[in-house]
Ligand binder design. Structure first.
Ligand code: DC
Length: 231
């Protein structure tokens, strides 16, 4: 089928869900590059909403106004280089660094539990499904957003390994943090993500589980690419 003739639901989607620190962001970007697919980092959409609120509407509780203003934002993910990095553009402005701040993350978490936010972002997420294909990464890609995706991955890694990865990442940014504290934070976040009433983090019934604890990024990407190409 030519790209132009693909209907929206015939466009293949690879969903990659998993807990914080499982490596799903890096792996999803690299996989999208390898397959020549589009990439959607759904966490960034929650972060963009949070950023927009903190920047433009810090004093209002009018969620509806925020959602209406954000509906028209043009969001582009642009994978960069070969390390799994991605530039996030909102109406052409590069907001990649701003989205990574703790403030933005905290506000994103608070917004992510609101049903009206999830409903508004659902439409936005579906609009990324374009030929020749999409790699969509997050918490509920396989369960809620793209339940008909032909390829679903649930990526895990032990909490200890994820804490070590986070420590390394922070070290690169010149920040030192104790492993015990990071481990406790990761466990607390896992519990919150898995127990929240809407769109909790859980594997779709038809997801393939990949444990990245003992694997390198290259090995995980190769394993998922093989699963997609075998099908
Ligand atoms: O993965 P992240 O840290 O960039 O995600 C930011 C927030 O958005 C985090 O609190 C989890 C939430 N999120 C979500 O609820 N559903 C998704 N599909 C992706 C992220």
């Amino acid at each position: 089928m030519s790209d132009a003739k693909m209907t929206e639901t015939s466009v293949p989607v690879v969903t990659i869900d998993g807990p914080a620190g499982s490596g799903k962001g890096t792996i999803a970007v690299k996989l999208a590059q390898q397959l020549g697919y589009h990439y959607l980092g759904s966490g960034s959409l929650y972060r963009i909403l949070a950023y927009y609120r903190l920047q433009h509407m810090p004093d209002t509780d009018d969620l509806q106004a925020l959602l209406e203003r954000c509906e028209t934002l043009r969001i582009v993910f642009r994978p960069q280089g070969d390390e799994g990095d991605v530039q996030v553009l909102v109406d052409e402005a590069d907001v990649s660094d701003a989205l990574r701040t703790e403030d933005c993350g905290g506000e994103a978490s608070r917004l992510a539990v609101r049903p009206e936010v999830r409903e508004a972002l659902l439409k936005k997420q579906l609009s990324f499904r374009k030929a020749p294909g999409l790699v969509a990464e997050g918490r509920d890609m396989g369960t809620v957003v793209f339940p008909d995706a032909p390829h679903k991955i649930y990526l895990t890694a032990s909490a200890e390994e994820r804490a070590q990865r986070r420590q390394k990442q922070l070290r690169k940014q010149g920040i030192s943090a104790s492993l015990d504290r990071l481990l406790a934070e990761i466990k607390a976040r896992d519990t919150l993500d898995k127990q929240r009433p809407i769109s909790p983090l859980r594997p779709a019934a038809d997801a393939v589980r990949v444990d990245s604890t003992e694997l390198s990024i290259v090995q995980v990407v190769a394993r998922i690419a093989a699963l997609v190409q075998q099908a």
